[in-house]
Design a protein around this ligand. Structure first.
Ligand code: NDP
Ligand code: 2IT
Length: 445
């Protein structure tokens, strides 16, 4: 494999798909040596087959708004790779959604799901629908219309969607209701379901909790922990909320959260009722964090800025892709950051990642560090298959163990001769090998 040559070919086939090409390049660069040491991969065309989705469904989603006006959005589902299990991955509703973003997310999901130790393939989907400012009834009609198309290609052993940005418990409810009606069966086909209808305890918290468990393992390799550390978190959604909760529980002081309008710096720490206020902010449908500064005197609002300018020990980017650039990374390093763990998917730009690796910072890439969300989705699927529910202690213990296993896999495949663990390389190699070997076993299909 020659990475540059492959990338030229890929860019020719998928011009302008910047996020997708960015995600592929990172994986190719990490696995290049291992790939070339195993000529069976080259002769089976593994990488050429892995970088292209099995199939993409694109469809229109017509719906009627509260004024009686017809609206049309675009819907997508990308079934990327199912060599080790049914396609699995979230649905994102955000105006920025396009094929490049969903292909980057679907591609990453292959490796992430492989790392979880559970049998799940990779997929992703969503729509350019913007839930912001929509009424409850509009969200319901939109979800129902989307499912009228999507249900044809999903199923409990085929493809199991879940949430992502803009898709939480409410949306999963409306999507599942329509699926159940159309398919005439009540199965575990979506994850992130409500507790009374097949959902798993701890799934809402799982991505953020898992991210903190992963960071905890990274810190332990240096004899360190969350106790007494200062933490910057970005975002104020599902993932950020779980991360703030668990980091605080482990004795850290979380001093920032952020939204599209700017960030909040609270030197007294975001804990207790302040964490609950995050949920209120999210539910308000306005998508701003500024009201935190009216509610709590200690909270200062920095308009249009990102939290990475604050002096912290640990950074947990939990909002969206490419939200932490080279200069942010340099600032964090200058201020003495020891650990950066990605709760979001690809929040750090390649240039930022390079700064962290060069400075030997403990850096956990999203596909390892945020795999706790999909891992707990996998646990929800197991419970649905068994028609049983586990206690929150049991789910949390399994999630914790999975994050420890992912950390071990990264160390095994990413430790260099100086003892520094390149978790990017480790995660990509470990995730890749399992899927590649499954593809080899199953022939060219
Ligand atoms: P939420 O919708 O709950 O929160 C996302 C947050 O990021 C919101 O504050 C949102 O505000 C902000 N955001 C989204 N897009 C942008 C953008 N283009 N520019 C600036 N801010 C943005 O989503 P989640 O917490 O579920 O997801 C956060 C990240 O974690 C995403 O990268 C997601 O892919 C990843 N992730 C989620 C998992 C899950 O189980 N939910 C699992 C693993 C990873 P706004 O909408 O206004 O932009
Ligand atoms: O990016 C992700 O891993 C998710 N949005 C969760 C996917 C899932 O199937 O739970």
């Amino acid at each position: 494999m020659n990475v540059d040559k492959l990338m030229v070919q890929l860019e020719r086939k998928h011009p302008g798909e910047a996020e997708y090409l960015q995600a592929v390049r990172e994986v190719l660069e990490s696995i290049e040596d291992v790939y070339n040491q195993n000529p069976q991969f080259e002769s089976a065309g593994i990488i050429e087959r892995m970088v292209e989705p099995d199939r993409i469904l694109t469809f229109k989603v017509p719906w009627v708004d509260d004024n009686g006006k017809v609206q049309v959005n675009l819907g997508y589902r990308i079934q990327f790779n199912n060599a080790i299990g049914p396609y699995k991955g979230g649905l994102r509703f955000h105006p920025s959604v396009n094929l490049s973003i969903l292909k980057f997310l679907g591609f990453e999901q292959i490796f992430k799901n492989s790392l979880t130790t559970l049998p799940m393939g990779g997929g992703k989907g969503g729509s350019d629908f913007d839930p912001k400012g929509k009424s409850e009834a509009e969200v319901m009609r939109f979800c129902q219309s989307l499912m009228l198309e999507l249900w044809k290609i999903i199923g409990p052993e085929t493809d199991v969607p879940a949430g992502d940005i803009g898709v939480g418990g409410r949306e999963i409810g409306y999507l599942f209701g329509m699926y159940r009606k159309l398919a005439r069966e009540n199965t575990g086909v979506l994850t992130g379901k409500g507790l009374n209808w097949g959902g798993s305890l701890v799934r809402p918290e799982a991505t953020g909790f898992g991210n903190v468990y992963f960071a905890k393992e990274m810190l332990a390799t240096k004899g360190s922990s969350f106790e007494g550390k200062t933490v910057a978190v970005s975002g104020f959604g599902n993932v950020a909320w779980g991360a703030v909760t668990k980091a605080t529980e482990l004795g850290a002081k979380v001093v920032t959260i952020s939204g599209p309008d700017g960030y909040i710096y609270d030197p007294e720490g975001i804990s207790g009722e302040k964490i609950n206020f995050m949920l209120e902010l999210r539910a308000s449908n306005e998508d701003i964090v500024k009201p935190y500064s009216y509610q709590f005197q200690s909270g200062q609002f920095y308009e249009g800025k990102r939290p990475w300018e604050q002096k912290v020990d640990i950074a947990l980017p939990c909002a969206t892709q490419n939200e932490l650039g080279k200069e942010d990374a340099e600032m964090l390093v200058k201020n003495g950051v020891v650990c950066v763990s990605e709760g979001a998917n690809m929040p750090c730009t390649p240039e930022a990642v390079e700064v962290f690796l060069k400075n030997k910072i403990l850096f956990g890439p999203g596909k390892a560090a945020n795999a706790g969300g999909v891992a707990t989705s996998g646990l929800e699927m197991s419970q649905n298959s068994m028609k049983l529910s586990w206690t929150s202690e049991e789910v949390d213990a399994r999630l914790h163990q999975i994050m420890i296993s992912i950390h071990e896999a990264c160390v095994k495949n990413g430790k260099d001769s100086t003892g520094y663990v390149n978790y990017v390389k480790g995660a990509n190699i470990a995730g890749f090998l399992k899927v590649a070997n499954a593809m080899l076993d199953q022939g060219v299909i």
